[in-house]
Ligand binder design. Structure first.
Ligand SMILES: C[S@@+](CC[C@H](N)C(=O)[O-])C[C@H]1O[C@@H](n2cnc3c(N)ncnc32)[C@H](O)[C@@H]1O
Length: 303
């Protein structure tokens, strides 16, 4: 029996664990699509000693691509504290995402307007600016409207490819949408609909609809379906390491793709068990909870 934690010949996998313990146990270049929708609040205790870092040749900290950073201790605002904490948490996970993508793979990072600009700068450095494919705006219209600023009613999804010469993009497979002015195009075109642009108008998960699982941060299948249709083919492996209610897995089952989903919240895994079962449509979903064996994962340097 193989002692690898996961192999592409194995079943779909739902893991209940901290993603930081699992990502080092997955082999490089394995996933055609990685989609993540990380929470802002990481749930980690705030540091007492506030720090921030600046790039400096004399720096005492080694960061991404061997850049040296100088640590500046002192008075910073609570916003900066949260910010440093959040990005210290997220950056190593993004480095793993890059490692885990197949050569023709695509990474989708779902954030909101507060974090997306920092993420763009980091991912440009990680992937290369020429690997940035799109910023998708998911626009919805739900909830109260602030009256002292333009009410924010969109999320941002950054899209990066590993190889700009050889990535998967199946525009013909993507669900089309109605023309805004169907009278201006031929009846054939109007009947076929148009290819979505980088602005996706889509309702949030309806509180009374079939899709609703009850998980607070659940994203609509319609948004994930486009991502999966465009950037993968049947039989490909997809990964979501902030899986929540398992929306990516549900879409993958419907479209004959395979998946690994990771979440450290037992409630999320209970929702996924109910939603994905043991793979009615594609056959197999297995569940794992805990910490893999040391030998199944990368060495400490890569963790
Ligand atoms: C915004 S939700 C994802 C929602 C998901 N896209 C959906 O459609 O249901 C973020 C998820 O990340 C999980 N999470 C946060 N930190 C984590 C960690 N270190 N490891 C694994 N999961 C984590 C949370 O439990 C939460 O379910």
């Amino acid at each position: 029996m193989s002692d690898e934690f996961w192999t592409p010949s194995g079943p779909n996998l739902v893991v209940e664990a901290d993603n930081r313990t699992i990502l080092p146990c997955l082999p490089s270049s394995s996933f055609k699509v990685i989609y993540i929708d990380p929470p802002f609040n990481t749930g980690r205790t705030q540091k007492r000693q506030l720090i921030r870092t600046v790039r400096s040749p004399e720096g005492d900290r080694i960061g991404f691509k061997g850049q040296k950073y100088e640590t500046l201790k002192g008075k910073v605002t609570s916003f900066n504290d949260t910010f440093v904490d959040y990005w210290e948490f997220l950056e190593p996970l993004l480095v793993h995402a890059y490692r885990l993508l197949t050569e023709d793979g695509t990474f989708y990072l779902h954030l909101d307007y507060r974090e997306v600009h920092y993420a763009k700068v980091f991912l440009d450095a990680l992937f290369g600016r020429d690997r940035f494919l799109n910023e998708i705006i998911w626009a919805y219209d739900y909830g109260a409207r602030s009256t002292n600023k333009w009410p924010p009613k969109h999320d941002n999804i950054l899209v990066y490819v590993k190889n700009p010469e050889a990535y998967c993009f199946n525009s013909e497979q993507v669900d089309r949408e109605p023309y805004m002015a169907p009278g201006l195009v031929t009846p054939e075109k109007a009947a076929r609909g148009k290819l979505p642009t980088d602005v996706w108008w889509h309702t949030i998960v309806s509180p009374t609809g079939r899709e609703k699982t009850g998980y607070a941060t659940q994203k609509p299948e319609g948004v994930l379906r486009r991502i999966v249709q465009a950037s993968s083919n049947p039989g490909d492996w997809l990964l979501d390491f902030f899986a929540g209610s398992g929306t990516l897995g549900s879409v993958a089952l419907q479209l004959d793709r395979n998946f690994v989903l990771i979440d450290n919240n037992p409630e999320a895994v209970a929702v996924m068990r109910k939603r994905l079962g043991h793979g009615r449509l594609t056959g197999r979903v297995s569940y794992f909870s805990g910490i893999p064996n040391e030998g199944q994962c990368l060495d400490g340097a890569n963790r």
